[in-house]
Design a protein around this ligand. Structure first.
Ligand code: ADP
Ligand code: F6P
Length: 324
């Protein structure tokens, strides 16, 4: 364990997520309040290797709380996966006097944070991704905003599907994790929700279910599919052929990653950014900041990375019970 750092760095890495700016702001302002200088590192680990660094002050993060994206930009940097790339990053930290680092990103970014800590720069991770696929935390920064965006899209699709008596097949992001699809199905009333984590049969879970529902007098449908499972355009054609209900597919895509963070994400980011500085202030690294049962705490990065993300089974049951 080292002493209190005089200078810390902050960077964002991996896919951007709404609320990353709020987390940067919280890190900068908490650190400065405690007499610690903050350097912002542009372009994730690539910027660290390149020494692309900017001094952060209280005003630099003004008017950022409500903005989507990340003011520090983000990148995926293959070189940082190698020991030589990590050593370059460590050397830049040493040159700039960076004695602690906050990395806002997903589990790939946390592996980088662990590597930097092992090389002597105490580094703390903050979970920022719309996917909510980090097992150690109940929620990641960006998830709730993306969820609201998806639900808004579903509401709009429902209006037009209802008017035409159509079925709308919607592909939702998640990078293999089903939370965004499942939660948006519960909030948006998806007739069926197809995610990787749960066994699913198109015949039983879509076609037969829709046929039953048609007999009860309902003629419009929303089917939610988590990305990477199937071609939603082909699925829409199949549904049309098998049920006779005219069907259209929509891939929501990167729209889900943009937009102003919702209040929950701003608050979560502020709490996590504040806590990250408290950890670094003690000279501690290799931690990831998490929220569990509405309490902010921190865990060992290696232990956190070993945990496996699971889908909320009760939520699956709720979806299947209510959305008929
Ligand atoms: P996320 O952080 O959202 O999971 P990625 O998996 O793309 O996104 O990781 C973001 C960046 O973190 C990578 O581009 C790379 O620079 C760094 N990274 C990923 N995996 C490792 C690793 N095993 N060791 C060191 N750095 C890594
Ligand atoms: O991890 C966030 C995420 O938006 C995933 O949901 C998606 O699969 C991926 O990033 C898309 O990444 P890219 O920015 O490379 O298109």
């Amino acid at each position: 364990m080292n002493g209190k750092p005089k200078i810390i760095g902050v960077l964002t890495s991996g896919g951007d997520a709404p609320g990353m700016n709020a987390a940067i702001r919280a890190v900068v302002r908490t650190a400065i309040k405690r007499g610690i200088r903050v350097l912002g590192i542009n372009n994730g680990y690539q910027g660290l290797i390149d020494g692309d660094v900017v001094e952060m002050d209280l005003r630099k993060v003004s008017n950022m709380l409500h903005r989507g994206g990340t003011m520090l930009k983000t990148a995926r940097c293959l070189e940082f996966k190698t020991l030589s790339g990590q050593k370059k990053g460590r050397d830049v930290c040493l040159e700039m006097g960076i004695e602690g680092l906050v990395v806002i990103g997903g589990d790939g970014s946390f592996r980088g944070a662990g590597a930097l800590t092992a090389l002597g720069i105490p580094t703390v991770g903050i979970p920022g991704t719309i996917d909510n696929d980090i097992a150690c935390t109940d929620y990641t920064i960006g998830f709730h905003t993306a969820l609201n965006t998806v639900v808004d899209a579903i509401d709009r699709l429902r209006d037009t599907s209802e008017s035409h008596n159509r079925c709308s097949v919607v592909e939702v992001m998640g990078h293999g994790a089903g939370d965004l699809a499942l939660y948006s199905s519960v909030a948006g009333g998806g007739t069926s929700c197809w995610i990787n984590e749960v066994g699913f049969d198109v015949e039983t879970d879509i076609i037969q279910k829709m046929k039953r529902t048609l007999r009860t007098g309902k003629h419009n449908f929303v089917i939610i599919v988590s990305e990477g499972i199937t071609d939603v355009h082909e699925l829409a054609l199949l549904i049309q052929e098998r049920t006779g209900v005219e069907s259209r597919a929509t891939v929501l895509g990167h729209i889900q990653r943009g937009g102003n963070p919702c209040a929950y994400d701003r608050i979560l980011a502020s709490r996590m950014g504040y806590h990250a500085v408290e950890v670094l202030e003690q000279g501690i690294g290799n931690r990831v900041i998490v929220i569990q049962h509405d309490e902010i705490t921190d865990l060992d990065i290696n232990e956190a990375l070993e945990m496996h993300s699971t889908v909320n089974r009760t939520m699956v049951d709720i979806n299947n019970t209510i959305n008929i």
